[in-house]
Ligand binder design. Structure first.
Ligand code: ATP
Ligand code: PRP
Ligand code: MG
Length: 286
């Protein structure tokens, strides 16, 4: 039975369970449940703190897990990313009181508060900056006002928390993060059964990602324009072209990135396509 770690609380929890449900796995109904078996899929879910998930997976206690890329790298464990999952995007950045800092080099000798000290120490060491790292559990934005630090390194999503604390970001982003599926490093040679189960999980999650990112587009076009139309909607492999009763025309079906739906419809219409229909993809295997 495959053992999978899922975030039990915080920014990743709901979206992770939603994605697993969409991929056809049973998820817990009560947020206090710590373990849940999905017998139909021969898989067991363990609901854990996202920060700890890398530790369990790194130790090999659990086969795979969902956590943040930033949390994975901060934990410094023997675990690696298998698949980015496209939710919980964030950036790990420096911030300080408005006007105080403009670059990382100004951090020499300063005190920096963060909840991600592993990530921050690596970054400072790579750039040869000597600063004191103050490890805090959360509400890091308050540390400067309260005199514990001169600047911070923290997760920024909308930037609203920083703004409310009278701070601004400076320097290049330290890390761009999102939720990721992880496994123990070098477990490519895992027991055959487990490797196969992990492959199925990955394929199912990829199916959800594609269903979320693509739509299905159908349209009719005159036969002589089909090559131009196909270059607008190349699809993943190649568009399906079917004959119509009117032999001058064909019907085309293709997958299109959801974000580009309207631009592509406009361009197809200008080209001469008609009856352009868009439908969502419920599930798929690529
Ligand atoms: N606005 C956000 N605040 C915090 N983490 C976020 C945010 N958006 C995305 N994330 C990502 O979520 C993960 C952190 O999840 P975690 O549950 O530890 O934090 P949290 O939501 O701040 O929970 P808590 O503060 O209650 O522990 C990281 O990978 C982080 O990059
Ligand atoms: O850029 P924003 O959209 O404002 O989001 C980022 C903020 O959200 C998180 O805090 P959280 O609410 O988890 O509190 P915490 O600091 O106690 O973890 C994070 O640590 C930042 O403070
Ligand atoms: Mg937090």
């Amino acid at each position: 039975m495959l053992r999978v770690a899922v975030p039990n609380k915080g920014s990743l929890s709901e979206a992770a369970s939603a994605m697993l449900s969409e991929a056809g796995y049973r998820q817990r109904r009560d947020s206090r449940e710590l373990v849940m078996v999905d017998p139909d899929n021969d898989i067991e879910f363990f609901f854990l703190r996202p920060r700890d998930i890398a530790v369990y997976v790194g130790q090999g206690t659990l086969d795979v897990g969902i956590t943040g890329r930033d949390l994975l790298l901060d934990a410094k464990v023997e675990a690696e990313e298998l698949l980015p999952l496209g939710f919980a995007p964030s950036t790990f950045r420096f911030a300080g009181p408005v006007g105080d800092f403009s670059g990382v080099e100004q951090l020499e000798g300063k005190r920096l508060a963060t909840s991600y000290d592993g990530l921050l120490r690596d970054y400072l060491a790579e750039r040869g900056v000597n600063a004191t790292v103050v490890r805090l559990d959360g509400a890091v934005e308050s540390s400067v006002r309260l005199g514990v630090a001169d600047a911070i390194a923290d997760v920024v999503e909308t930037g609203n928390t920083l703004k409310a604390a009278g701070m601004e970001i400076f320097g290049e982003p330290i890390l761009k993060s999102e939720a990721v599926l992880i496994r123990r490093s070098g477990s490519g040679g895992a027991a055959n059964g487990t490797a196969k189960e992990i492959d199925i999980l990955i394929r199912r999650l990829q199916g959800v990602l594609v269903a979320r990112q693509y739509v299905l587009m159908d349209y009719d076009i005159r036969k002589d324009l089909v090559e131009d139309a196909a270059s607008l909607t190349p699809g993943l492999e190649s568009p399906t072209v079917s004959p119509l009763r009117d032999s001058e025309w064909v019907a085309v079906r293709s997958m299109v990135p959801k974000k580009e739906t309207n631009r592509i419809m406009d361009e197809l219409y200008d080209l001469g396509a008609r009856a352009i229909l868009v439908s969502s993809i419920h599930a798929c295997r690529i």
